[in-house]
Design a protein around this ligand. Structure first.
Ligand code: KG4
Ligand code: ZN
Length: 335
């Protein structure tokens, strides 16, 4: 089964062809990072205009690279939400146009299911599993007992991890997106400040990162006022150690409670080197899978894989009433 995936929920225009939920034949990603960098973050209006400019080219290239034609596609899977509404609408409408023109069934996919299913590309999922989803908009622990069944165990009560990374980076005067830069600098620093580990010992599976973020920002501010030298690598390392300690501890707690067979870490922050190391060294009795870098950040291959498994589970398509939904909710059973 050839599935064409479409992802435009934020600032990446991406189209991919995936065979049988596993074999990525093409995964075209047009990133707008260089455009938004100038503004220190994604500007929604600019993002949707850039999607319009790039989408036709990205569709054509994905089809060409896969070496197939539109007539060979069995299913179109498109991110319907959550995300920036203007951006989502470009992908959804492009997908509906192709669906209508070539008579290909279409299915809407929740962006987070895409991030989770990215891990199936290189390793088959085995259930039950725990997915730690860490991105610019989400921080969640999810239990999956079978394909396309999701039980949210906990989530952030305020900032998402990626968001906290980006805000700390901005205060330190680092370029957008801050996560990868903070990660890189942290390799050269030490955990000098030992920042608080918020909610690390609570009984639930929830998170909170805004207090930690404020703590880092306030210390930075006070040091500037006192004219003290700011060592960015030490700030970054101290922040990263605090964040990853919390993420790893809560994941271990969930693993033990639900006796799962594997852990998958998903979303943009799964690219974080400190998280990868700490998760792997702390959990050795079951496999911990991180998608390769290209499948961690937003891409359409993960959407095609999620769409494939969603269809296998639900055996139904969407129709042309399918629409973008910026705050698409996670329902139990189906995110
Ligand atoms: O999943 P994603 O591409 O987009 C969303 O759905 O949000 O995640 C983007 C987020 C950004 O906040 C970015 O700073 C963060 O992932 N990120 C990282 C790293 N690479 C990307 N955060 C920490 N360390 C990294 N290496
Ligand atoms: Zn994402």
């Amino acid at each position: 089964m050839y599935v064409l995936g479409v992802e435009t929920s934020c600032d990446e225009t991406s189209v991919s062809i995936v065979k049988d939920g596993k074999e990525v034949l093409s995964n075209e990603v047009l990133s707008q990072i260089d455009i938004h960098k100038e503004y220190g973050g994604v500007v929604p209006e600019i993002a949707s205009r850039e999607h319009i400019k790039g989408i036709t080219f990205v569709f054509d290239k994905a089809i060409r690279d896969a070496g197939i034609g539109f007539d060979d596609i069995d299913l179109i899977a498109v991110t319907e939400g959550p995300g920036l509404i203007g951006s989502l609408l470009i992908g959804v409408n492009a997908a509906k146009t192709i669906s209508l023109n070539y008579h290909i069934p279409i299915i809407g996919v929740h962006h987070i299911t895409g991030h989770i299913y990215a891990s199936n590309i290189e390793n088959d999922m085995q259930f039950p599993l725990i997915a730690l989803v860490v991105s610019g908009g989400h921080t969640e622990l999810i239990l999956m007992k079978e394909h396309f069944s999701f039980e949210k165990l906990g989530e952030t009560q305020d900032d998402a991890v990626g968001e906290a990374y980006d805000k700390v980076a901005r205060v330190l005067g680092l370029p957008y997106p801050g996560g990868p830069v903070v990660d890189k600098l942290s390799r050269q620093g030490i955990d000098k400040y030992h920042f608080p580990r918020p909610m690390i010992d609570t009984d639930d599976f929830n998170f909170s990162f805004s207090g930690l973020k404020s703590h880092v920002i306030n210390l930075h501010h006070n040091m500037i006022q006192r004219n003290e030298h700011i060592n960015a690598p030490d700030f970054c390392r101290s922040f990263q150690e605090a964040v990853t300690d919390v993420l790893v501890r809560k994941t271990i707690k969930a693993k033990e409670k639900y006796e799962v067979k594997q852990i998958v870490v998903a979303g943009g922050v799964a690219a974080n080197s400190g998280l990868r190391e700490k998760m792997r060294s702390s959990i050795q009795d079951i496999p911990v899978y991180f998608p390769k870098m290209a499948y961690c950040t937003d891409n359409a291959a993960m959407i095609a894989v999620a769409g494939y498994f969603k269809y296998l589970k639900q055996k139904k398509y969407d129709d042309l009433m399918l629409n973008g939904s910026s705050r698409l909710k996670m329902d139990e059973g189906e995110l």
